[in-house]
Write a protein that binds this ligand. Structure first.
Ligand SMILES: C[C@H](O)[C@H](O)[C@@H](O)C(=O)CO
Ligand SMILES: [Mn+2]
Length: 418
């Protein structure tokens, strides 16, 4: 049976529970997903090799062939991945991926011109760009402290880097006519029990205030802050904890980043969305998959991930939520990792858009929880996969089970040469 006939049948089934699949497909096409550049090279970046790894708060494990090691390779790999992903995409760029300038300036002196090739690439490929200061993998982050460092000189260096990143974000946003989400994540914390939990947090708060004090266009640069529960070597105390950043983002009215891997494994990140949005203007999601810990596995279409993405759309707050990805798996083909994870994020959004939300809310309002559960559970077996394949077809992108061959060919033709 052709997918188009199957789609007509699926459309009727959704329509029977009050869901308009055409409206869902239109809405899906309005939600960009920000693909992170760092899946392509295990978070290495393009700076001097001696910097890579120093004070690195991110661990990619595996040694799959074909890692990108220069801008041309990373851009080609991104294009290969994007060709198998339907709908709008953005590029989530880290400051240590600066391409232009020889030698590259220190991080606190970076300017938009150091990212000129990325801007040209984004224009050519119709991507928006998001940005991140890189406060790790650097000699000044070697002891694991940056914006909360007790040394005022080191703190100042990272403050200047974050200010430079905000200016870069605003300039890119204006040039691409698409605001840049600029997300601050720092690795700061202690392996062992601290004697003073307050002082580093006061320093972090003051550093962030100094960063935000710089007048940068709010129209083109959206500031976000990302919390974390713990990291390898930072098991006992993270300066930028969830409570710290929720309070900070709420009081400074900036965006809060929720990384799905940065909470206790039994916490529901989906449940945090509506609560946080009462107090912060916007959210950035780092869609990721923690396996036992913040392992940054490729996004799967598992229940917790689906719940997060469903909640984004069913909350009716999608215009205040930015969807970004954050995983890095070096044990499998890196391009396939991007394709699988990004398609899954989009599938989760589609599943949310295909939920009979209005009807479920009416049942809830009427106190008919039996029917609410029955409808919610029956909705799970509606043929959303057929609607997804219709979307892929309309976007001239391969449907499920049809894209991997091209990625394997690219591996044989390009990646093996590296
Ligand atoms: C590379 C990213 O900035 C990083 O993954 C950060 O977002 C994070 O989640 C660190 O655990
Ligand atoms: Mn993250």
């Amino acid at each position: 049976m052709k997918n188009s006939s199957m789609y007509e049948f699926a459309r009727e089934q959704f329509s029977a529970v009050g869901v308009d699949t055409e409206a869902a497909l239109e809405a899906l096409n309005e939600i960009p997903v920000s693909m992170h550049c760092w899946q392509g090279d295990d978070v290495d970046g393009f700076e001097a090799p001696e910097k890579a790894g120093a004070g690195n708060g991110c661990v990619a494990t595996g040694n799959y062939l074909g890692k990108a090691s220069n801008p041309a390779e990373l851009m080609a790999d991104l294009e290969q991945a994007a060709s198998h992903i339907p709908g709008p995409l953005r590029l989530n760029l880290h400051a240590n991926y600066a391409t232009d300038g020889s030698p590259l300036p220190e991080r606190n002196e970076l300017t938009v011109e150091n990212f000129r090739s990325w801007i040209d690439w984004a224009k050519a490929n119709q991507f928006g760009i998001d940005f991140n200061p890189t406060s790790f993998s650097h000699p000044k982050a070697e002891d694991g402290f940056t914006l909360s460092h007790k040394d005022v000189g080191i703190r100042q260096f990272w403050i200047e880097h974050c200010i430079a990143s905000r200016k870069i974000g605003a300039a890119i946003g204006e040039e691409l006519n698409s605001p840049v989400v600029n997300n601050i994540w720092i690795p700061d914390g202690y392996k062992d029990t601290p004697a003073d939990r307050m002082a580093p947090r006061v320093r972090l708060m003051e550093s962030l205030d100094a960063i935000l004090a710089e007048d940068v266009s709010k129209k083109w640069n959206i500031d976000a802050v990302e919390s974390k529960l713990f990291g390898i070597g930072v098991e006992s105390y993270t300066v930028g904890s969830s409570e710290f950043y929720l309070g900070y983002a709420a009081t400074r009215q900036i965006a809060l980043c929720l990384d799905a891997g940065h909470f206790h494994p039994t916490e529901s990140v989906a449940d945090k969305i509506s609560a946080a949005l009462l107090y912060v203007p916007e959210l950035l999601l780092h869609v990721s998959r923690g396996v036992r810990w913040d392992s940054d596995h490729v996004v799967a279409l598992d229940d917790p991930t689906t719940a997060i993405l469903q909640e984004c759309v069913s909350s009716g707050q999608m215009d205040r939520i930015h969807v970004g990805l954050d995983f890095f798996d070096a044990s499998i083909n890196r391009i396939a990792a991007w394709v699988i994870g990004t398609r899954n994020a989009k599938k989760g959004l589609l599943k949310g858009l295909l939920q009979p939300t209005k009807q479920l809310r009416e049942l809830e309002q009427a106190g008919d929880y039996t029917s609410r559960l029955a409808m919610m559970e029956d909705a799970r077996s509606l043929p959303w996969g057929t609607v997804w394949n219709e979307y892929c077809e309309r976007q001239q992108t391969a449907g499920d089970n049809q894209w991997l061959g091209a990625v394997k060919r690219y591996e044989q033709e390009e990646l093996v040469k590296r």
